[in-house]
Design a binder for this molecule. Structure first.
Ligand code: IMP
Ligand code: MG
Length: 199
C-alpha cells in the first residue's frame, strides 16, 4: 500500500472546515447542539471544526464497528463505545469523516431517533455519493470525492495514515506490482518502501 495523488490539500481542508463551522454557528445560534464524533475517522475533523464554531455546544463520541477489514464493505454494524450523555430532546449533529455506502450513518440515525433526539443533522468532511447503497441525507458536506479509497486527516487504512494533514488516494499494492518495470515505476520517494533501519 502506498500513498498516491493528493486529492485535497491541507489548505483546502482548513478553509472548508472554517466555512462549515460558520454555517453550523449560524444555523445553531442559541440551540446548544451536541456534536457526536464518529470514531475513529471523525476525530481530527471534529477537533478542527469545534475550534471555529462560535456558538455554545457539547461534544460526545461514539465508536461503531462495521466489520470491515481495509477496503471491504459490510452492512453489519455494532456499537463498540456508546455516548456518555443522554440525547433525549437535544439537537444533535453527527460529525463523520466520510460517508461511503451510508450503512453506518443509517444505523446511527435510526439509533438516535429511537433515543428521541429533538433534531438530527449530519456533517461529513467527505462524501462518496457514487458508492451510496442506502439513502441518507448529509446536511453539511466538506468535499465530494470519487470512488477511490482515501486516507488522511483521520481516515485510515488498517489504522495507518490517519496522521496525514491532507486527503490522498491509497494505491493498492497489486497496481504498484504491475508497475514494477523501472521505466514506469513511480520516482517519488514516498511511494517506495523505506530502507530497514533500527529505531
Ligand atoms: P459506510 O460505508 O458509509 O457505512 O462507511 C463506513 C466507514 O467505512 C466509514 O465511516 C469509514 O470509516 C470507512 N470508509 C469508507 N470509505 C473509506 C475510505 O475511502 N477511506 C477510509 N475509510 C473509509
Ligand atoms: Mg477505517
Amino acid at each position: 500500500m502506498h500513498i498516491g495523488r493528493v486529492l485535497i490539500t491541507q489548505e483546502e481542508i482548513d478553509s472548508r472546515v472554517r466555512e462549515l463551522a460558520d454555517q453550523i454557528s449560524a444555523d445553531y445560534a442559541d440551540r446548544n447542539p451536541i456534536l457526536i464524533s464518529l470514531l475513529k475517522g471523525g476525530f481530527i475533523f471534529l477537533a478542527d471544526l469545534v475550534r471555529h464554531i462560535t456558538v455554545p455546544h457539547e461534544v460526545d463520541f461514539i465508536t461503531v464497528h462495521s466489520y470491515q477489514n481495509g477496503f471491504a464493505r459490510s452492512e453489519r454494524i455494532e456499537i463498540l463505545n456508546d455516548l456518555k450523555r443522554s440525547v433525549n430532546g437535544r439537537d444533535v449533529i453527527i460529525i463523520d469523516g466520510i460517508v461511503d455506502t451510508g450503512h453506518t450513518l443509517s444505523f446511527l440515525e435510526q439509533m438516535l431517533e429511537e433515543r428521541r433526539v429533538a433534531s438530527l443533522r449530519v456533517c461529513a468532511l467527505l462524501d462518496k455519493p457514487s458508492c451510496r447503497e442506502i439513502t441518507v441525507p448529509v446536511d453539511y458536506v466538506g468535499f465530494k470525492v470519487p470512488d477511490v479509497f482515501v486516507v488522511g486527516y483521520g481516515l485510515d487504512f488498517k489504522e495507518r495514515y490517519r496522521n496525514l494533514s491532507y486527503i490522498a488516494e491509497l494505491i493498492p499494492a497489486p497496481v504498484l506490482a504491475e508497475a514494477a518495470d523501472p521505466a514506469t515505476a513511480p520516482k517519488n520517494e514516498e511511494r517506495t518502501a523505506p530502507a530497514k533501519r533500527n529505531p
